[in-house]
Design a protein around this ligand. Sequence first.
Ligand SMILES: [Zn+2]
Length: 274
Amino acid sequence: MPRCARSSCGRWSPWFRRRDAGITIDGRWFCSIGCVEGVARRRLLDARPSATGLPPAGQIRLGVWLRHQDGLSEQQVEQVLEAQRHSGLRFGAQVTTLGWASREAVLRALARQAGVGYLAELDASNVTHAPAGLSPHAARALSLVPFCEPERGRVKVACAAPLPRMGLAAFRRLTGMTPEPYFVTDDTWDTLVTAYGSALEGPTSSRFIETSDLSEAAATIAAAAAGGSGANARLTEARFEPYTWVRVENDGITHDVLLASGGAGACQVLSTSH
Ligand SMILES: [Zn+2]
């Protein structure tokens, strides 16, 4: 006979309820929504960053790549560093501002440095139907935009430099798919993240909630797990600064609950179509 899986509860199921009562998460039975909330709170607090599964960051500096690849002189590199001190621009942006390398050359060097691919151009029409089915808010929070439908468990994603390692790790953990990152320019990134999912209409099968309130996050997770048939919800969590993310899959609906630590206390509730 099942017993409530919350250790501080431990109620036996048949003594006080019908057989179909209670909530099942990942095959474990809970007697009440209150117990699920307690467990959700614990999982939010205990979530740890997952291994990124990506090659370590390149040790070679961007300037070295640009010298090697685009013939930037040592003297020019020095001047870039000097100009940066006043402008506050990043190295790559400073090089293009000075006109010593094209934006594509900088993008290519950044990609080599990070050990990833790059795309000089990527049309926003690739992402308006939200390939890989993320909520647009989720894509923005993860700092990555899937731009192809997944194939054999892998999915190509666009991102801006520097590589969003934690977002990529969280994506892998939450979706079970391996992201293949490609760098795009900051402008392309802005266009893509705005366009992602913009063509979708119709019934909602994906919900996204962002909050900085732990109790609210736990209550939302519990409500999502208890909704629908309550037959068996799946719960996955991932931690990536400054977020803890819990995905609840229940009755064909995906609920993404994003808990922001140290946030402004504001809460947004957003729904998206899929
Ligand atoms: Zn219980």
